[in-house]
Design a protein around this ligand. Structure first.
Ligand SMILES: [Ca+2]
Ligand SMILES: [Ca+2]
Ligand SMILES: [Ca+2]
Length: 145
């Protein structure tokens, strides 16, 4: 008798876990699909990746990334070049990266397009809910001189 209750309890627990997991995925998709047409375009995907990376870096949420916030950065291919990349993004050289500065750089030197192509399993140029299983890792590349 006791074990039946235990099994029932476990089954309920698993169901709750599964529902939570699916709804988390669903939320992620809806968050990225800004125009709610049921698919994620490269533009929507790019915007989401950039916004997410910027928000994670801008720890105090004042709209700028400062060198101190940048010092904990782990999204650069070659970590030892983090300082160089900061200077390359900081176009006005005022030790502050704004969101437009950041997107200008990320549009050219990041793995966003590559990540999009990997997620787009059926290669139709947009992502369906089943293709968006996670938010991929965002990476910035170093400019080569
Ligand atoms: Ca869309
Ligand atoms: Ca900040
Ligand atoms: Ca697709």
């Amino acid at each position: 008798m006791k074990s039946t209750i235990l099994i029932l309890f476990l089954v309920c627990f698993l169901v709750v876990l599964l529902v939570n997991y699916t709804s988390a995925l669903h939320n992620l998709f809806n968050e990225i699909d800004v125009n709610r047409d049921g698919k994620v375009s490269l533009d929507e995907f790019t915007h989401d990746m950039e916004k997410n990376a910027f928000d994670n870096l801008d720890k105090n949420k004042d709209g700028f990334i400062t060198p101190i916030e940048w010092s904990g950065v782990d999204l650069i291919e070659e970590k030892e070049k983090a300082q160089e990349v900061f200077q390359a993004i900081d176009k006005k050289a005022n030790k502050r990266i704004t969101y437009p500065d950041f997107t200008n750089y990320a549009d050219k030197y990041s793995n966003i397009e590559e990540a999009f192509m990997i997620l787009d399993k059926n290669k139709d140029g947009s992502l369906s809910p089943d293709e968006v299983t996670l938010r991929p890792l965002f990476r910035l590349f170093t400019i080569r001189y």
